[in-house]
Design a protein around this ligand. Sequence first.
Ligand code: ATP
Length: 340
Amino acid sequence: MPTVPALRVAHLSKRYGAQVVLDDLSFEVAQGETLVLLGPSGCGKTTMLKTLNRLVEPDAGTIEVNGQDVRQLPPAQLRRGLGYVIQQVGLLPHLTVAQNVGLVPGLLGRPAAETQARTAALLERVHLPAARFGALLPAQLSGGQQQRVGLARALAADPPVVLMDEPFGALDPITRAAVRRDFRELDELRRKTVVLVTHDVAEAFELADRILLLNQGRIQQLGTPRELLRQPANDFVRQFFQAERLGLEMRVTTLAELRPYLTQAPLGGAAPPEAAGTVAGAGADVAQPWAASVHEALAQLAQAPGGGLALPGWPQPVGQGQLLAAFGRWLELPSPSESA
Ligand SMILES: Nc1ncnc2c1ncn2[C@@H]1O[C@H](COP(=O)(O)OP(=O)(O)OP(=O)(O)O)[C@@H](O)[C@H]1O
């Protein structure tokens, strides 16, 4: 059991001229955790991320990666050990897709055959088989494909920590959802520690184990999406999620929570839906369908119009109408509060 956190940030501060951009930030990120840095434009998210790989040097405070103070490592060496994905992708235009992915392992002196095999495996995993895409130049790919190459490149040297700055920011909504799904389903990434910057609240809720919400360089709250939504630390946190509250509640409310509000018969006395399967969303545990979120359940139902979800211990498949009605009843509670 690793006891050292993957990242430990203590009393980090940075100012540009008179402007305090990072104000005494302290937090830790556990091994394998995905931490999302969230906050309004200009709150310091990118600056925070860049201090981790020393693209920005803080004025005060310390940063440890796997127990090692980043100032003890030459920046170039530090950066090779930290994956980095940015919105602009930053692929080298004159190198092929495969050469771009294999660049860092090559710099680290890994054997060419090993790098080639790893590059092929990674490209396969991001749905860009090397046989078809490996020899292309970045300009011959779409934005979404380039972003996938960027992800493969960041993982190529198998860094324990991956930093991502608005990695899906430049993509249209449909491509963005697809690349995000690939991101969530990438086994390799699930084992890694990820720090991801976004200003998209729904994206943060979809990807984060915990969210660090910043405003004007200060931590407003650090916690799970559920904690931030249901137990906001202050008015800023409450206000920040207000506009998208309904959609976010769907992402954090589980079917188990809705169970007391589910009616057995579908509304209007229509025939019960046929079972369309169990919930298979990325965050959903197929073995425990009740642990799925309302959002995941609705996404599953959307794939089988008119169908229902088979839930263990429930007499008939649950349809979309039943689910939404239960969610509505649940929302009408005076103030949804944590039962645990
Ligand atoms: N090199 C720099 N010189 C001067 N000011 C800077 C520099 N880099 C960032 N800033 C300022 O620091 C503040 C925080 O910037 P940062 O890019 O970290 O914000 P952000 O939260 O990532 O914003 P966004 O979501 O818009 O990308 C901003 O006011 C910005 O203008």
